[in-house]
Design a binder for this molecule. Structure first.
Ligand SMILES: Cc1ncc(COP(=O)(O)O)c(C=O)c1O
Length: 368
């Protein structure tokens, strides 16, 4: 039996493709190809879904992060505290605005370690950039408290967090700005790249709106020098279609994850599942567990046609690109240990019960 990690071949079935094509036909008739009414419609729908006041759709999640940092006034010589176990874009965005990433370790839930944040403040610290890693969330209330005490800005990397909730509130709505991604393997995905920023701050919103579109006031007038971070209207249409199904997708992923949890918890000490605190709903963008003999297990599962991934084998502070900052092996022991043990198992909404059983049986067989 095959258990693919990539679910995109099943994602756009005939029914959804038909409705997307119908909307694309309308777009073609209007030739609203740069921003326009479809993009606006999507931004309004997403802001409503996420529970924020203002949304701006961008090219991708990386641009959304850069736009957020720029809007918050982060620039040269500023320090931004972030976590060492994330996707490259979190750090790349900090560096892109000229600031310095200050890494901290993660915790047992693979989220930024809140206690560690307190140890790395300097006079140059301007912001904290927590990540909703894997579609789970760090303790945003605690992070906000720390930031408030120190007068720091919080910008959220909620790229994997669309559809998650912390006590009923969405990732990306705790800080000044939240950045989201619609990369094909995210909970809300398009047929390519897409991203969003969400904020409740009107002046920041207005600045971002202009910066995304060259700093233009109108066709002939530029307020300040900006860039082109505009989303493609074709993708905004795909996003609106997928948004209709998002809650269902999250529900199925949660059901699958619960099934895995219920079986894998019996495989301790070979497998360790993270704590799932009450009130935290995950998207399961990634279903990750710590495994003994991870690489051998991954190989065994591969031989049995179960496709797993590792997110990621090298933490950000140990990447060659981070050498300039003087980080060394051993500085963030939890993230470094997890990098050797974490395995991401397919949990997507297109798996059937037979496939889920097969995954569990194969893992059991390996440890037996
Ligand atoms: C945590 C995190 N941050 C940022 C990004 C960047 O998003 P994108 O690929 O849309 O630029 C991603 C996803 O790719 C991500 O997982």
């Amino acid at each position: 039996m095959k258990v693919p990690y990539n679910y995109l071949p099943f994602e756009f079935n005939n029914k959804s493709t038909k409705s997307i094509f119908n909307e694309w036909k309308k777009l073609i008739k209007t030739s609203d190809f740069t921003l326009g009414s479809f993009v606006k419609q999507f931004e309004e729908k997403f802001a409503k879904y996420i529970g924020g006041k203002y949304c701006i759709a961008t090219n991708n999640g990386t641009d959304a992060l850069i736009l957020s940092l720029k809007a918050a006034g982060i620039s040269k010589d500023d320090e931004v505290i972030t976590v060492t176990n994330s996707f490259y874009a979190t750090t790349g965005a900090i560096v892109a605005v000229g600031a310095k990433p200050i890494f901290v370790d993660c915790d047992e839930r693979y989220q930024i370690n809140v206690e560690e944040i307190k140890k790395v403040f300097t006079k140059k610290t301007k912001a904290i950039l927590p990540v909703h890693w894997g579609g789970a969330s760090p303790n945003m209330e605690a992070i906000n408290k720390i930031a408030k005490r120190r007068g720091l800005i919080v910008i959220e990397d909620a790229c994997m967090g669309i559809g998650a909730k912390i006590h009923g509130k969405s990732p990306g709505t705790f800080g000044l700005v939240g950045a989201y991604s619609m990369h094909p393997l995210k909970s809300l995905n398009v047929m390519g790249d897409g991203g969003m920023v969400v904020t409740n701050n009107q002046s920041i919103y207005k600045w971002m709106l202009k910066y995304r579109n060259h700093g233009m006031v109108d066709r002939d007038n530029i307020d300040f020098w900006g860039v082109n971070y505009r989303i493609q209207p074709l993708q905004a249409i795909v996003a609106m279609d997928c948004l209709k199904r998002l809650d269902k997708v999250i529900k199925i992923r949660n059901k699958n994850a619960k099934f895995y949890d219920s079986h894998l918890k019996n495989l301790k000490p070979f497998i360790e599942i993270p704590k799932r605190p009450k009130g935290y709903m995950e998207t399961y963008a990634l279903y990750m567990v710590l495994c003994k003999k991870r690489d051998q297990l991954q190989e065994f599962l591969k031989k049995n046609k179960i496709e797993c991934k590792v997110h990621y084998p090298i933490p950000l502070h140990l990447q060659k690109a981070s050498k300039q900052y003087g980080y060394r092996k051993g500085m963030f022991p939890i993230a470094e240990d997890q990098a050797k043990k974490l395995l991401t198992i397919p949990v997507h909404q297109f798996l059937n019960q037979r496939q889920l059983n097969y995954v569990i049986n194969c893992i059991k067989k390996f440890y037996n």
